[in-house]
Design a protein around this ligand. Structure first.
Ligand code: ADP
Length: 394
């Protein structure tokens, strides 16, 4: 394997990993350790023959899990580790080589991502302990959106909240928006203006002009914007006070309901899984139908709003588990944007699923294109890691 980079995405009780070769044709060894710290901890992965394997790791913490991951790499040794870090605040406008100072800066932004940054740092600490000789790089979900102009990132709140407390829009899923918009530029043969829709369990849109993010739907936290699997997306900011005053809800209850019990799950009363919702809608389930309808309308509304950020619209890119696999969602979103002059090719849309890249519009001259581009966040993190280390080695 060609100079592989180990990409780590560390949560509080899970570690996702991928060993990514510089040669895109090499198979990727990848997997997930779940339920860290419990008697049920296990590693599930895919080997170089594409076969699935599982190992139990009872009681394993982050260090033991990483040892097991290293063991499963069939003798390949990474040349560097790239860590996905959720929040880089305003400090990190691109990837950064990890040292004590960078760790302290990530710690300092923990107030902005209290669930994610500390977990990401546990992964950093464990990998530094295990492989002290390997260069490590942090790749931030927020960094790609640091190019937003103030009119897009400022909330209409008192200035002191921004100045003293960093309250502004940051945006997330930057690695994915960067990955698919760069690919769209390549496919189009020129750098242009793209609206990208990352639709997975978390969902966000972005407006990207010549490789720079100019606006995005997520904000201070990943709760703003679109309807997601279990997250509400945009609600009236007055809702919080209303729930406290009228229903006597605590902050924890509000947080839990908006983050875990809302979105597709809350609307349908059934599930956060789009596959199940589509099947239920076909059987006439009213909640499932409504959930899909609100989900698609809000995506279209967000894309229309973000189009204001672009000097020219070259096309819309769908990605993420839903964006890559649901022709129905794509068709509905496009149907809500008749004034964009989009033409969807129905049969091509229907067959562009399961990881296929494809242009799904009717290719009418002067009309924006519609693309399905599978995202590759691990590949992008590995590329950014390599690029940064290449620069610092010079
Ligand atoms: P995450 O954000 O956790 O990485 P994914 O990008 O894998 O999530 O997206 C998960 C979503 O993709 C789920 O709602 C799932 O139902 C949806 N999805 C996956 N395959 C299909 C499909 N064939 N049709 C519709 N939705 C799908």
């Amino acid at each position: 394997m060609n100079d592989p980079v180990l990409v780590i995405n560390c949560g509080s009780s899970s570690i996702k990993y991928a060993l990514v070769s510089a040669d895109p044709d090499q198979p990727r060894l990848a997997g997930l350790v779940e339920r860290l710290g419990s008697s049920d901890a296990r590693l599930a992965g895919i080997d170089s023959r594409g076969e699935r394997f599982q190992r139990t790791l009872a009681g394993a913490g982050h260090v033991q899990a990483l040892e097991a991951i290293l063991d499963s790499l069939e003798g390949h040794r990474p040349v560097a580790v790239g860590h996905r870090v959720v929040h880089g605040g305003e400090r990190f406008t691109r990837a950064a080589r990890i040292d004590d100072e960078v760790v302290a800066a990530i710690e300092a932004t923990a107030a902005l991502a209290p669930l994610h940054n500390p977990a990401n740092l546990e992964g950093v600490a464990a990998t530094r302990q295990l492989f002290p000789e390997l260069p490590q790089v942090a790749v931030f979900d927020t960094a790609f959106h640091q190019s937003l102009p103030p009119r897009a990132y400022r909330y209409a709140l008192p200035e002191a909240l921004y100045r003293d407390h960093g309250i502004r829009r940051y945006g997330f899923h930057g690695t994915s928006h960067a990955c698919v918009s760069a690919r769209a530029d390549t496919l189009a043969g020129r750098r242009g203006g793209w609206l990208t829709a990352h639709l997975g369990n978390g969902c966000s849109t972005a407006a990207v002009w010549e490789g720079r993010s100019l606006d995005t739907s997520m904000g201070l936290t990943p709760l703003e914007g679109l309807v997601m699997g279990t997250r509400s997306g945009d609600v009236d900011p007055g809702l919080h006070a209303h729930l406290v005053r009228q229903l006597d809800w605590s902050l924890e209850e509000i947080d839990r309901v908006l983050n875990r019990e809302s979105g597709l799950l809350g609307l349908s009363g059934l599930t956060n899984d789009m596959r199940e919702l589509e099947a239920a809608a076909d059987e006439g389930h009213a909640g499932a139908r409504l959930a899909i309808e609100v989900f698609c309308y809000r995506i279209a509304k967000s894309l229309a709003a973000l189009s204001c950020a672009l000097p020219r619209l070259d096309g819309i890119v769908f990605t993420g588990g839903i964006g890559e696999n649901s022709p129905r969602v794509r068709e509905r979103v496009v149907g809500h944007l008749p004034h964009f002059g989009l033409g969807l090719d129905g049969p091509v849309n229907a067959e562009t699923v399961r990881g296929r890249e494809g242009r799904i519009d009717t290719r009418t001259p002067d009309c924006p294109a519609l693309w399905v581009i599978p995202t590759d966040e691990e590949g992008r993190i590995a590329d950014e890691t390599r690029q940064l280390l290449g620069e610092t080695a010079r």
